[in-house]
Design a protein around this ligand. Structure first.
Ligand code: ADP
Ligand code: MG
Length: 443
C-alpha cells in the first residue's frame, strides 16, 4: 500500500470519517493541512506545516483520528507526525504561515463555547468570571487568571471567552495563544534579529488569551517580555486572560513583579468535577457526537474517571468507536473491557467486599442482604448494595441479582433507580452513600 495514489485514497477516507465526527471547519483547519507521506501495514506518517499543528492535533484530535482509523479496521496502525521540511527551513517570522487558509486569525477553535461548557460546583466561579470578562472586556476583571489541573477546562474557557467576544464585539482584535507558541515566536524574532516582530504581533490586541503560562517557568526572557506586554496592554485598557496548571505563586522562578501583576486581577481555580457534572458532561458529549449510550454506562464511566474531563470524553469516544467497529451496543461489560487501562490505577472492588461494607454500614449481615427478609432498614441496605455493585463494581443486572440471593433484574433496576433518586433528594442518604463510596474506594 505504499504508492501515492493509495495513500491519497486512504487519507480521503479518513477525512470523510473525521467529517462525520467533527465539525467541517475543524477538519479543514487541522487536518486539511496535513499531507500523508507514508503508509504501510503498521505506520502512517503525516506531515504538518509546523510543530504547533502536531501538538495541537495530538492534544485535541488524536483520539478522533484513532477512532476513525480503527473504524477502517486498522487498529494497530501507528500514527507519526513530522514537520514539513521546507516549512522549517524558510525563516518565516510568522509562526503560522499565512497561506494555511481557514485558520482564523484569532486562532480560536469554534468547538469550545460557553454553550457547551457544563457548569457545576467545581467550575461555577471560573465560568462566571470568564463570562463577566467576555461580556465586558477590560471592565470586569483584568487580568483574569484561571488555574486548574490537566483536562479541567482551562483551554475550553479561553476559547469560549474569545468566541463570545468575537461575536459580541466583532471589531475587537482577539488572539488566542499557548505560552509555548509565544515562546517560539520570541525565539524566532531573536533569530531574525527583529524584536519588533514579536512586539507588533501582540501589542495591538484588545483581548489576549494566553494559555498555560506555567510554561514561563525558568524562561526569564519570556517572562520579561510578557511582563512588559502585560503592562502595555493593561495600560491601554486591554484585556488579558491567563491560564496555568497552578496558582501564580506556585510557578517556580516566576519573577515577583510578574506574580503580583497576575494576582492584581481575579484568580479562580477549576476543581475536579463532581459526579453530577461528570454525568452531565458525558451526556452532553454523547448528544453532540450522536453516540447511543445508556444512562447506566454513562454512570459507570463517570464513577470511574474522576479527575480529568479530557479522559472522560476520551473514554466515551473510544467506547463508541469500538462499538461501531464491532457493531455492538455499548454495555457496561464492553466498557469494562475497552476502558480497562483507564481504570487500572484502581482494580474494581470485589463484589463480596462491597456487600460486606454495605452490610456493616447498615448493621446487618451479608446473609440478611441475600435473604427475602424486608424490614425497612434491610430493604434500604439491599438497594444500596445493588446500587454500588452496579456503579462501582460494574456488575451486570443479572450478576447483581445473583449476588443478592437470586433477585430478578427488574428488582435490581428498580433498586438502582430508587437509590439514584434518593441520592438527589434525600440529604441523609446522599451523605450515607458518600461515606460508603469512600469505604469501598478507599481504605
Ligand atoms: P485543560 O486546558 O484544562 O487541560 P481543556 O480545556 O482542554 O482542559 O478540556 C479538556 C476537554 O474537556 C475538552 O474537550 C473540553 O471541551 C472538555 N471540558 C472541560 N471542561 C468541560 C465542561 N465543564 N463542560 C464540557 N466540556 C468540558
Ligand atoms: Mg489546556
Amino acid at each position: 500500500m505504499d504508492n501515492i495514489e493509495n495513500i491519497k485514497i486512504f487519507w480521503d477516507k479518513i477525512i470523510d470519517g473525521l467529517n462525520q465526527v467533527l465539525q467541517k471547519e475543524i477538519v479543514n483547519t487541522w487536518f486539511g493541512v496535513l499531507t500523508p507521506v507514508q503508509l504501510n501495514d503498521h505506520k502512517l506518517i503525516l506531515e504538518a506545516p509546523n510543530q504547533f499543528f502536531i501538538e495541537w492535533i495530538s492534544q485535541y484530535y488524536l483520539d478522533y483520528l484513532r477512532a476513525v482509523i480503527e473504524k477502517l479496521n486498522l487498529n494497530n496502525l501507528q500514527i507519526e507526525f513530522q514537520v514539513k521540511k521546507e516549512a522549517t527551513s524558510t525563516n518565516r517570522p510568522e509562526f503560522i504561515s499565512t497561506n494555511i487558509g481557514p485558520v482564523n486569525e484569532s486562532r480560536l477553535s469554534p468547538r469550545y463555547t460557553f454553550d457547551n461548557f457544563i457548569v457545576g460546583e467545581s467550575n461555577r466561579l471560573c465560568y462566571a468570571a470568564a463570562k463577566a470578562v467576555a461580556d465586558a472586556p477590560a471592565r470586569a476583571y483584568n487580568p483574569l487568571f484561571i488555574y486548574g489541573g490537566v483536562g479541567l477546562g482551562k483551554t475550553h474557557l479561553l476559547h469560549a471567552i474569545g468566541n463570545y467576544v468575537k461575536r459580541k464585539y466583532p471589531h475587537l482584535k482577539v488572539y488566542y495563544t499557548p505560552a509555548e507558541e509565544m515562546f517560539l515566536n520570541l525565539i524566532q524574532s531573536i533569530q531574525d534579529r527583529n524584536p519588533s516582530s514579536f512586539n507588533n504581533k501582540y501589542r495591538n490586541l484588545d483581548l489576549l488569551l494566553l494559555d498555560d503560562i506555567h510554561y514561563l517557568k525558568g524562561k526569564e526572557r519570556l517572562q520579561e517580555d510578557v511582563f512588559h506586554l502585560f503592562n502595555h496592554l493593561h495600560m491601554m485598557g486591554k484585556q488579558i486572560v491567563f491560564t496555568s496548571d497552578r496558582p501564580p505563586r506556585e510557578i517556580p522562578t516566576l519573577e515577583e513583579r510578574l506574580v503580583s501583576r497576575l494576582l492584581s486581577g481575579m484568580v479562580c481555580d477549576l476543581k475536579p468535577p463532581d459526579i453530577e457534572t461528570r454525568i452531565a458532561i458525558l451526556n452532553n458529549k454523547a448528544k453532540q457526537e450522536n453516540i447511543k449510550i445508556g444512562p447506566d454506562v454513562i454512570f459507570f464511566i463517570a464513577e470511574n474517571i474522576k479527575t480529568n474531563i479530557r479522559e472522560l470524553e476520551g473514554a466515551l469516544i473510544r467506547l463508541s468507536g469500538y462499538a461501531s467497529l464491532t457493531n455492538t451496543p455499548i454495555t457496561i461489560e464492553i466498557a469494562k473491557q475497552v476502558l480497562s487501562d483507564l481504570f487500572t490505577h484502581k482494580p474494581l472492588p470485589k463484589p463480596m467486599k462491597i456487600l460486606e461494607l454495605v452490610a456493616s454500614y447498615y448493621n446487618v449481615t451479608i446473609e440478611q442482604l441475600q435473604s427475602k427478609e424486608r424490614t425497612q432498614n434491610l430493604a434500604l441496605a439491599r438497594q444500596v448494595a445493588m446500587y454500588f455493585l452496579r456503579s462501582v463494581g460494574g456488575l451486570s443486572l443479572k450478576e447483581i441479582g445473583a449476588y443478592l440471593g437470586g433477585k430478578d433484574h427488574s428488582t435490581v433496576i428498580h433498586a438502582i433507580e430508587k437509590i439514584t433518586e434518593l441520592k438527589k433528594q434525600n440529604e441523609k442518604i446522599s451523605k450515607d452513600l458518600e461515606q460508603i463510596a469512600l469505604l469501598i474506594n478507599g481504605e
